[in-house]
Design a binder for this molecule. Structure first.
Ligand code: COA
Length: 368
């Protein structure tokens, strides 16, 4: 009998910045209310990082490695999904490899925006199935507040910072990623854009406030997200030979509670099978699913051999889904004592540079 080699998650961890931006705080920055934000998005607070992306990723990585009972040197591939890498070259993954001392790991970054974790899961699962890698550390890490305009109430309420990590290991026991679906629509990509952090335009304009922030068309993205994730979950389940009733837990990208509710209602997944942590983290892009997955395991929402569906939608536009059978172990082998350094600044102090940078844009708009 041929035993299929699959990629199974054996370690999980997350890192959340200690400083929170609450809806009450946002009421002091833009014309909004806690009631509006909670009703339209399900978000109450989000993390604002006082450290760099590498620091967030490093803590999440140590926690996932400890949960898997592995050392950094055991890893043979390290992939970081992010749209906010600390620098362009070396990659965020190589930067992190150095920090972790994961000297035996190949390393590269992957940009599929909020679908980055699912694209990453599909990629590393394929590489494990092909025998290219045995033990992979996949990380989603973002410092999104860097590209947020905290004068723009439509965007700054949604996003937060954080990192999530998972260890994928080769398994021949029947557990692991059973099927994946990934897709993209570059034409619709114009509905969500971060112009800079690339080489487009004049060198002298690279830090123009209007180019340095996220732009999106909220309602267009909302509709595309619902349709995109529903279709992707159906295709991935079909490929796995499973139906919606076989699913034990859906871990969706935490973009907006109303998007999640629409997708799962259309699929026929009951609320008790949907993992949510958006209220306390907001949308952390590529970090959102691994952060939710870590919470799901730690809260006992995943049992041995559970069928777990991860699904996401994001900039690009991109979408993706993985269907996996969890392994036998749902307890961490060990816990890491690595922590972020403490922060002695208030959230308003952390956002002061950002507000100063984007202020001229809004003065210009008010004058025109
Ligand atoms: C952005 C989003 C929350 C807006 O919610 P919505 O229900 O579509 O709201 P609308 O855009 O229809 O705006 C309704 C009204 O609320 C106002 N509004 C927008 N943001 C507001 C805020 N933070 N507080 C108060 N009012 C706000 C709008 O100006 C509009 O006012 P108007 O009717 O006077 O013009 C929602 O479209 C969304 O989540 N989209 C997806 C964005 C996203 O997650 N992108 C990343 C995906 S990975």
């Amino acid at each position: 009998m041929i035993v299929k080699r699959r990629a199974s998650i054996t370690g999980w961890g997350k890192c959340v910045p200690p400083v929170k931006l609450t809806n009450d705080d946002l009421e002091q920055l833009v014309d909004t209310t806690d009631e509006w934000i909670v009703a339209r998005t399900g978000i109450s607070e989000r993390g604002i990082s006082h450290v760099e992306v590498t620091d967030l990723a490093e803590v999440a990585a140590h926690r996932a490695l400890a949960a898997a009972g592995l050392e950094p040197t055991d890893i043979d591939l390290l992939v970081v999904a992010t749209v906010t890498p600390e620098i362009t070259c070396p990659s965020q993954a190589c930067y992190l490899q150095e920090r972790l001392g994961a000297v035996n790991a190949a390393a590269f970054d992957l940009n599929a925006a909020c679908s980055g974790w699912v694209y990453g899961s599909a990629t590393v699962a394929s590489m494990i199935e092909a025998g290219i890698a045995d033990r992979v550390l996949l990380i989603g890490a973002e410092k999104l507040h860097f590209v947020m305009d905290y004068y723009d109430r439509e965007q700054c309420i949604l996003f937060g910072d954080g990192a999530g990590a998972g260890v994928y290991e080769a398994s021949t026991a029947g557990d692991g990623v059973l099927a994946s679906d990934i897709g993209a629509d570059g034409v619709a990509g114009r509905t969500m854009v971060i112009p800079t952090l690339g080489t487009a335009g004049e060198l002298s304009q690279r830090r123009e406030p209007s180019d340095a922030r996220l732009h999106f068309e909220g309602q267009a993205v909302f509709k595309l997200a619902v349709r995109g994730m529903e279709g992707s979950v159906r295709r991935a389940l079909d490929r796995a030979g499973l139906g919606v009733d076989d699913v034990d837990l859906v871990v969706p990208h935490q973009a907006n509670l109303r998007i999640i509710n629409s997708v799962t209602r259309r699929l026929g997944v009951p609320p008790e099978k949907v993992m949510l942590n958006i209220a306390t983290h907001g949308n952390t892009s590529a970090a959102s699913i691994p952060m939710a997955l870590a919470d799901a395991v730690d809260q006992g929402r995943i049992e041995p051999n559970s069928i777990v569906v991860q699904t996401a939608f994001g900039g690009g536009l991109t979408w993706g889904t993985t269907v996996m059978r969890w392994g036998d172990r749902v307890e961490a082998i060990a816990k890491s004592d690595v922590e972020l350094p403490p922060c002695d600044k208030s959230v308003f102090e952390l956002l002061a540079d950002n507000r100063a940078f984007f202020a001229p844009l809004h003065q210009e708009q008010a004058e025109n």
